[in-house]
Design a protein around this ligand. Structure first.
Ligand code: SF4
Length: 359
């Protein structure tokens, strides 16, 4: 028998449909959500203003569960990476990134969580640890939300910024991610503004088309990492199926009707995509898309051949983009010392378990 669905995975619409079907009012659905998300109870019994029959009905059809936290790694820069074990034993990693100082110099209350959307990943980007073990499965809505709840337990405070940049391609798990987004953004859910949520895609065009039709103003980051098909083909197999000639129009479609700029994520890899010519190709794409550029000097992954360019090379790449009047930042992965690049912690754990070595 499959386990009962999680109450924390129910969107307001789904819970309301269930309660209406069982003869309850919208008001009751609001009360239940208030207990789950405002008061953060973990049993139906604790919902003291509900009639006993409703508590029993809920307990017969739903349950509470948060994934087991199996490892927490803190680093000198206070980024914390943690590994949770799902009910089928799958390991999922997430990263808590506190922002100590805001751009105006004041102490920021921002707590960012990088969540995973899948166990492993089918997209096999050549520089990424998550792709090394392939895709095991999609994460459910409850498992995505569970990472946020676990992070809040670890951090001792509410998460208020979410990036879907952990393991997996979120747009290939669209339905579960979309339900999670409803719960995250809902006034009767985690109530985090859509503009504090970023979905990152490797360039999965069918998913981008669905996102273009999605009504909320979620931010979009594209893992471009190469500004020509030649470079992207070399490091991102997704490009062979959906090359730049399809990806760029899909991004334009997403931008249409929104007052938002996509961010182009670009990992700088030595001798692969860090030349002045690469910078000029990147500038051309960023101009066409009115996009911002985020440069990330490569984070070494054990077992992979790629290297980080020199500081000087990274800086001159950034300067070339900046000179073309493209908004550009250079971000060093926080938690470099705790294997914070996506998938590395899980990869190491699987290696310990199976004695497996990356190809
Ligand atoms: S970078 Fe993202 S899409 Fe590519 S293999 Fe890693 S997790 Fe998958």
């Amino acid at each position: 028998m499959s386990p009962l669905p999680l109450i924390t995975a129910q969107t307001e619409e789904k819970l309301l449909a269930f309660l209406t079907e069982h003869g309850h009012t919208k008001f009751r659905a609001q009360q239940v959500l208030d207990w789950v998300w405002r008061k953060r109870v973990t049993t139906f019994d604790a919902m003291s203003n509900l009639p006993p029959a409703l508590k029993n009905l809920l307990a017969e059809h739903f349950r509470f569960h948060t994934p087991e936290i199996v490892e927490i790694h803190g680093s000198a820069d206070t980024t914390r990476k943690f590994l949770t074990k799902m009910e089928d034993g799958s390991l999922v990693e997430s990263v808590i990134i506190p922002a100590a100082v805001a751009e105006n110099g004041e102490k920021s209350e921002r707590v960012t969580l990088c969540v995973s959307s899948q166990v492993g990943c089918a997209f096999g980007c050549k520089f990424c640890a998550s792709g090394l073990l392939g895709l095991k499965r999609h994460l459910t809505t409850g498992e995505i939300i569970g990472q946020i709840l676990s992070a809040e337990t670890i951090a001792g405070k509410r998460v208020n910024n979410i990036v879907f940049m952990g393991m997996g391609e979120p747009l290939s798990n669209f339905d579960n991610v979309a339900d999670a987004l409803e719960i995250i953004t809902s006034h009767r859910g985690l109530e985090i503004g859509a503009r504090h949520i970023t979905i990152s895609t490797s360039g999965f065009v069918p998913g981008l088309k669905k996102l273009a039709a999605y009504p909320r103003q979620i931010r979009l980051a594209v893992s471009l990492h190469g500004a020509t098909d030649e470079v992207r083909d070399q490091i991102m197999p997704v490009n062979k199926k959906w090359p730049l000639s399809q990806l760029i129009p899909a991004l334009e479609e997403w931008s249409r009707g929104r007052n938002q700029m996509p961010t182009l994520e670009y990992i700088l890899i030595r001798d692969i995509n860090d030349s002045p010519k690469d910078a000029s190709h990147l500038v051309r794409i960023a101009k066409r898309l009115h996009a911002k550029v985020n440069l990330i000097p490569y984070n070494t992954v054990e077992g992979l051949p790629w290297k980080r360019p020199s500081e000087e090379r990274c800086r001159s790449f950034r300067d070339a983009v900046h000179k073309a009047r493209i908004p550009v930042t250079m971000r060093y992965e926080k938690g470099h010392d705790i294997n914070a690049a996506c998938g590395q912690l899980r990869l190491r754990k699987e290696q310990e378990k199976n004695g497996w070595t990356p190809r």
